[in-house]
Design a protein around this ligand. Structure first.
Ligand SMILES: *Cc1c(COP(=O)(O)O)cnc(C)c1O
Length: 338
């Protein structure tokens, strides 16, 4: 809802019109795309950047173009569905390791055949549990076994790190992660996705990633709005700090009430209920009070772990959060969850 973004989009819309018209490689390549890529590469401190029309397409395109039958991918069990689809399309061999279990990952890497590329792929902030991937340890293991690391910063971009570059910045391992993907659809409030990495990686993707080549470029006005979002992310530390403050407060209060919030360390706060119908009932009762919290159910999350997924925002006021907490406590008691 930040009017600075819609203003940037409007100005570009007046100049460039609505659609990009074609794939970047045909005649859809516009100044707004290139400016956004340059800005992202500079912001992320990488040699290059490539835009995709969505995070789903970025993961599918990158993974399927870089890896094949002879390669081995190591994938956290709770990684986003788009990563799984990319792996399936690549036909690479893959092992899913138990969620953030570094001993298990170590063992799997040790057992891996010596031929082919090895790659560890992980969400940096997990979208349904709100916890963090131990990127420092992942980078260490990658060095030990000569594996490539790819991270999906969808929920970390704009949120983690001193400048909001993501969880790699937070852990100080930006230089050690070869493939850094993130979306512009979440904290950046726009649409689309980026992949940052070496110049060679970007050149390769431009020529090989089918979900980049065979699809129409993102509308230029969206790219212009995203460029504005990056300026805000880079300079507005106050809003980021308020976001984390709101999240900390919400988490702490829910824990005090006796809810199971798993091990969330981010603004994504799962409130695990158990059975789907109870999570739905909880969500509907909240909506009647004007509070919109969706119930996330299997197969998006494992059986018997249906949950409310709360997301703290920087724009929430203390009064709004306290009102929400009061309603959650009341309904939690009525439904005998606490
Ligand atoms: C949302 C999300 C995506 C997909 O991004 P879109 O731009 O919505 O296609 C990919 N990975 C993760 C971890 C996400 O949370």
């Amino acid at each position: 809802n930040d009017s600075r973004l819609s203003q940037a989009a409007l100005e570009c819309l007046k100049k460039e019109g609505l659609g990009a018209g074609a794939s970047r490689l045909v005649c859809g390549n516009m100044t707004a795309h290139q400016e956004l890529e340059e800005k992202l590469a500079r912001f992320k401190g990488s040699q290059g950047c490539l835009l995709f029309s969505s995070g789903y397409m970025a993961n599918v395109g990158v993974i399927s173009s870089l890896f094949g039958r002879d390669d081995m991918i190591f994938c956290d069990r709770l990684n986003h569905a788009s990563i799984i689809d990319g792996i399936l399309l690549s036909q690479a061999q893959y092992k899913r390791y138990p969620h953030v279990d570094m001993d298990a990952l170590d063992r799997l890497l040790q057992e891996a055949p010596a031929t082919g590329k090895k790659c560890i792929i992980t969400d940096s902030v997990f979208s349904m549990d709100g916890d963090l991937a131990p990127l420092d340890k992942i980078v260490e293991l990658a060095k030990k076994y000569q594996a490539i690391v790819m991270i999906d910063e969808a929920h970390a971009f704009g949120v983690f790190g001193k400048h909001g570059k993501g969880l790699a910045e937070h852990f100080g391992v930006e230089k050690e992660i070869e493939i850094q993907m993130g979306t512009l659809s979440k904290a950046a409030g726009c649409f689309g996705a980026y992949v940052c990495g070496s110049r060679d990686l970007i050149t390769y993707l431009i020529n090989q990633a089918r979900s980049f080549i065979y699809t129409t470029a993102m509308p230029p006005s969206i790219a212009a709005a995203a460029a504005k979002a990056i300026d805000i992310i880079e300079n507005d530390h106050f809003t980021r700090e308020r976001l984390h403050e709101n999240a900390r407060y919400l988490r702490a209060q829910l824990k005090l009430m006796g809810f199971n919030t798993v091990i969330s360390e981010s603004p994504i706060i799962p409130l695990v209920i158990g059975e789907s119908h109870r999570a739905l009932e909880f969500s509907q009762r909240l909506l009647r009070k004007g509070i919109f919290v969706s119930a996330i159910r299997p197969p998006t999350v494992p059986e018997h772990t249906a949950r409310l997924r709360l997301t703290a925002m920087a724009a929430h006021t203390k009064d709004e959060i306290d009102f929400t907490l009061g309603q959650i406590q009341r309904i939690g008691k009525e439904l005998k969850i606490i």
